[in-house]
Write a protein of this length. Structure first.
Length: 494
């Protein structure tokens, strides 16, 4: 049974029913199939069992199956029958990075968060002796709530006959792979020499141009980290030698040092998360999925970020500390009682106090309260974080959400909030009340935002009078095998 002669309806080892051919490369064919034993969709790769690469692919698949990190697309089965080697993988709902970049680059904060997850996952794989070696945008998947999955660990390299001479070389090449993915996320161009559906990144005299030379608004730190890994003798310093080192560099990077790009799209449309199953990365071509359109609040937030971070242009009321928290650097409110009016007629409001909010049912009244004041200290390197949850919030989860209550000290007119988030995929509500309460229903919802990352602006349709503001997180970014929310700074404007 040669792999390239298999037809739809064929049953493999009396378990996997091949339903749709996804592509063919030489003697290798790729299928969407149904696991009839467990009644679930799967991806199947069929190879000629007599080929020289068959043994290496089967060995790589079996090693990858032992990796339990949820950020990798799982290998469910791998064996051979009737002169055919087959590899079975899970079939997940999500969109590839290549699809997500179809309308342009990601916001810098979202790009940094996504690639940091990839680098951490690869670092964990290297600890188990496995490498990827051919990371491409088509192999990076984002799920409905922002979770990241990497497809093709070890297997894709075996399919393509790629090997590394040593663990050190494998680590260096995977660090370069992470940098190439970050370059693509920041520019919507592919810097690698291997094929991708993205347009190739430009070069000058054979030298790759830096992300900031390709796309305006790429932050300095991310530009330097990416260029250091991909461009020989780049001024920023030595190349990162491993995915773990690359993840550490991203963890120390600032992502708001330049005016980000704002895409002009349909601002009233916020698409639902795509639920189209996504096949294994090496199943090419694959079924297209629809890119999630960035929301209005996310785009407005990045526009605001540009205003906040251009110093010396006469926007006295919109300097970073004034806009992102009226703090004086020690976590206490500023002693300056006079707020400077901004060019838009809004002014920063002082926050007199802040505390975490974790109400019943589901909550125990405590959510890292000792870190709450960090969102008012004017330092985006410190932050309040939620606990790490194994389930996403919602009706079927452990609880509906958690948040922070801000006390303005007196009733004020509130028009908007600026919230510096870490990670991608945060859903939140702004709720207000005249009296402090431990019950969620006592706070009225006045604004909502979904899928936020980086600097998010929550702008009210109409100003409200309130003393207490509740920033209520209803969905958290993926963090490792769970979910965790992080807020670096909050600024209130009236």
């Amino acid at each position: 049974m040669p792999p390239n002669t298999v037809e739809p309806g064929t049953r493999l080892v009396d378990r996997y029913r091949l339903e749709a051919a996804l592509g063919q490369a030489g003697s290798t064919s790729y299928w969407r199939a149904q696991d009839e034993l467990l009644d679930r969709p799967v991806g199947v790769c069929l190879l000629d069992g007599t080929s020289r690469s068959a043994a290496a692919i089967l060995s790589a698949a079996r090693q990858a199956a032992a990796v339990t990190d949820p950020r990798f697309l799982r290998v469910l089965d791998a064996s051979h029958t009737d002169s055919v080697v087959y590899v079975v993988t899970e079939w997940v709902a999500g969109s590839s990075l290549a699809d997500l970049l179809g309308d342009g680059p990601l916001p810098p904060g979202e790009a940094r968060s996504m690639v940091a997850e990839i680098a951490k996952a690869l670092a964990a794989a290297h600890e188990q002796g496995l490498a990827h070696l051919c990371l491409r945008p088509e192999q990076v998947l984002r799920m409905a709530h922002g979770q990241v999955k990497v497809a093709g660990l070890a297997v894709d390299a075996a399919v393509r006959g790629l090997t590394a001479a040593s663990p050190e070389e494998a680590a260096r090449r995977d660090a370069e792979g992470c940098a190439a993915i970050l370059y693509a996320a920041l520019t919507a161009r592919w810097p690698g020499e291997d094929q991708s559906s993205l347009p190739p990144a430009p070069r000058e005299n054979g030298v790759l141009r830096t992300p900031r030379q390709v796309r305006a608004g790429v932050p300095d730190d991310l530009d330097d980290i990416t260029s250091r890994a991909l461009i020989a003798r780049h001024r920023a310093g030595p190349k990162p030698s491993s995915p773990a080192e690359f993840a550490a560099l991203l963890g120390s990077a600032h992502v708001t040092t330049r005016l980000p790009v704002v895409r002009d799209q349909d601002e009233d449309h916020i698409a639902e998360a795509d639920d189209t199953p996504y096949p294994p990365s090496y199943l090419a071509p694959y079924e297209d999925t629809t890119r999630r359109s960035p929301g209005l609040m996310s785009r407005a937030a990045w526009a605001l970020a540009g205003l906040l971070l251009v110093v010396g242009l006469g926007l006295a009321g919109w300097q970073l500390v004034m806009a992102l928290g009226d703090g004086n650097g020690d976590g206490s409110p500023s002693s300056d009682a006079t707020a400077t009016e901004s060019t838009s007629g809004q002014r920063p409001l002082k926050v007199a106090g802040i505390e975490a909010f974790d109400p019943p049912p589901g909550g125990n009244g405590e959510e890292n309260d000792d870190r709450a004041a960090r969102v008012l200290d004017g330092d985006t390197s410190t932050m309040w974080t939620t606990k790490t949850y194994r389930q996403q919030f919602g009706p079927s989860g452990l609880k509906e959400g958690v948040g922070l209550v801000l006390d303005l000290g007196k009733t004020e007119t509130v028009r908007s909030l600026a919230i510096a988030l870490r990670g991608s995929g945060t859903d939140l509500e702004l709720r207000v009340a005249d009296q402090r309460s431990d019950q969620l229903e006592d706070y009225k919802v006045v604004a909502q935002a979904s899928g936020e990352s980086g600097l998010a602006e929550v702008r009210l349709d109409e100003p409200v009078q309130a003393r207490y503001l509740l920033v209520w997180l209803t969905a958290l970014p993926a963090e490792g095998s769970g979910y965790q929310g992080s807020i670096a700074e909050i600024g209130v404007r009236g």
